[in-house]
Design a protein around this ligand. Structure first.
Ligand code: G3P
Ligand code: MG
Length: 266
């Protein structure tokens, strides 16, 4: 029987709730769920005390006002910051959640997770290592089940992804059971060597740089192919016709979890 290259959902809510909620917050996860999404991508960074938290930018100023940075603050300090007001007053006081809180919510709600390791500069390996260790602890039962059961549901475990090869290598060594995808902007010439070195299951690529030929090569080599961040239904149809397995979107209002079903023809 042919192996499924991407046993994960086809459409994934980017940064929790895409463009409809403040990114990388529990409010965003609730928003994605309210739109029918049981698959989410979010970004994970380490605080000063080495607690994985949900955050995209290392430096404050965009989603958290003021000056400062994530690696300079403890998780407790980060939890007291406002990561919601930038998006709208209805989200004022929305805290920076820990990764463990996000995992707890997703597990309760049966939401599959693409966990993007987003290391602050200089702590790439630590980000992979610490997040892997915590993930291994949180998913201990599922890891055991995957080891003894020949047909476990792959969606029971998250998928790590990262632009940082170093973070992924560290994640592989800390939690080899958690699958990995390599994130790239453009597909590099040595993509296959890199994926093999990581024992990765998928390549995650900016859809704007992908071509049908590259899509065919990646899938032909036995890897899943995931794209970010696809916000136009017509473009989503196009890349799916090239064999792309899945993609994340900010437009969870336009591109439903069951896309292309239910989407208006364009
Ligand atoms: O994981 C896909 C996508 O999230 C990568 O880019 O900058 O939105 O984290 P970014
Ligand atoms: Mg991301």
């Amino acid at each position: 029987m042919r192996k499924t290259l991407w046993p994960y959902p086809k459409v994934v809510a980017h940064r929790g709730g895409g463009a409809l909620a403040p990114e990388n917050t529990l409010a965003a996860l609730r928003c994605g769920l309210a739109h029918g999404f049981h698959a989410v991508e979010f970004d994970v960074m380490l605080s000063r005390d080495r607690i994985p938290v949900l955050m995209h930018d290392e430096e404050f100023g965009r989603t958290v006002s003021g000056t400062g940075s994530v690696p300079a603050m403890s998780a407790a300090e980060l939890a007291g910051l406002d990561a919601g007001s930038w998006f709208g007053s209805a989200f004022g006081g929305e805290p920076v959640p820990t990764y463990a809180q996000a995992v707890a919510f997703c597990r309760e709600q049966a939401i599959w997770m693409n966990v993007e390791l987003k290391p602050a500069a200089g702590i790439e390996a630590a980000t992979g290592r610490v997040t892997a260790a915590l993930t291994r602890q949180l998913f201990a039962a599922e890891i055991v089940a995957a080891g003894i059961d020949s047909g476990p549901d792959p969606r029971a475990l998250p998928l790590f992804s990262s632009f940082s090869f170093e973070a992924l290598i560290a994640a592989r060594s800390g939690a080899p059971e958690i699958p990995r995808g390599l994130l790239v902007d453009a597909v590099p010439p040595d993509w296959c060597t890199r994926l093999e070195a990581l024992a990765a299951v998928a390549l995650h690529v900016n859809h704007e740089t992908l071509t049908p030929d590259l899509a065919r090569q990646v899938r032909g080599a036995g890897f899943g192919l995931f794209c970010y961040t696809v916000n136009d239904p017509a473009r989503a149809r196009e890349i799916l016709s090239w064999g792309v397995d899945g993609f994340c979107t900010d437009r969870i209002d336009l591109i439903g979890a069951d896309f292309p079903a239910g989407a208006a023809a364009k």
